[in-house]
Design a protein around this ligand. Structure first.
Ligand SMILES: *[C@@H]1O[C@H](CO)[C@@H](O)[C@H](O)[C@H]1NC(C)=O
Ligand SMILES: *[C@@H]1O[C@H](CO)[C@@H](O)[C@H](O)[C@H]1NC(C)=O
Ligand SMILES: *[C@@H]1O[C@H](CO)[C@@H](O)[C@H](O)[C@H]1NC(C)=O
Length: 185
């Protein structure tokens, strides 16, 4: 009996060690946090800006090709990409958002969720050291353009932030979809 339990433990340990991704938080909590971040972002909408009426707007093209590329990547590759997206989103808020009239706590709540997601997904690819270091230059350039060609050029106005908010929303939805393809449940 004890022997059998011991064997079961050994198998379990081996299975966990060999499984490419063992990440309970991601399986159980990611979608919930994802929904939470989208709800918070929806609450930050500014219908008084002109950019809401003008749908084609953005001076920076959305990087659809990067998403279609990463959709063929390994599970670790997808998570590394998602972590990068979340970190870049978070970094955008280092720019001045005072014209948006968002409360600091509103932005903090949103960033807390996004940073939690990034940290947890990052820990899922622990042990995949090569993935952690992997840096997507094109993705980084795209976020630089958001900061430079939209926020800076438009003077960090409420209009600029509304454009960024909507851009971020598309990323969060796509990231949610991407992660859902690697969930084990
Ligand atoms: C903004 O507009 C959307 C769609 O028209 C509406 O559902 C939402 O309640 C509005 N939000 C605010 C804060 O006015
Ligand atoms: C928004 O649009 C209105 C009329 O279309 C215009 O008068 C106003 O100056 C615009 N505001 C900004 C901030 O562009
Ligand atoms: C919404 O946008 C207007 C400018 O169009 C700005 O004056 C106002 O502070 C913004 N409100 C929020 C909550 O961001």
């Amino acid at each position: 009996m004890l022997n059998r339990i011991f064997l079961a433990c050994v198998f379990l340990a081996l299975y966990c060690a060999c499984s490419p991704l063992s990440c309970r938080w991601m399986d159980q909590k990611f979608r919930q946090h994802s929904q939470n971040s989208l709800d918070l972002l929806d609450g930050m909408v500014n219908n008084s800006t002109n950019s809401t009426k003008d749908e084609k707007q953005s001076a920076v093209a959305f990087p659809h090709h990067l998403y279609s590329h990463v959709s063929k990547a390994s599970a670790e590759g997808k998570l590394a990409f998602t972590v990068h997206i979340l970190r870049e989103i978070s970094a955008l808020f280092e720019d001045d958002y005072s014209s948006s009239s968002w409360h600091e706590t509103t932005v903090e709540n949103f960033l807390n969720v996004v940073n939690k997601q990034a940290d947890e997904l990052h820990s899922c690819i622990k042990g995949h050291a090569h993935m952690k270091k992997k840096h997507n230059t094109k993705l980084h350039m795209y976020f630089q353009r958001l900061s430079h060609d939209i926020l800076k050029k438009m003077g960090h106005s409420a209009e600029a932030w509304e454009l960024i908010r909507r851009e971020i929303k598309v990323h969060l939805m796509k990231a949610d979809h991407l992660v859902s393809t690697v969930l084990s449940s």
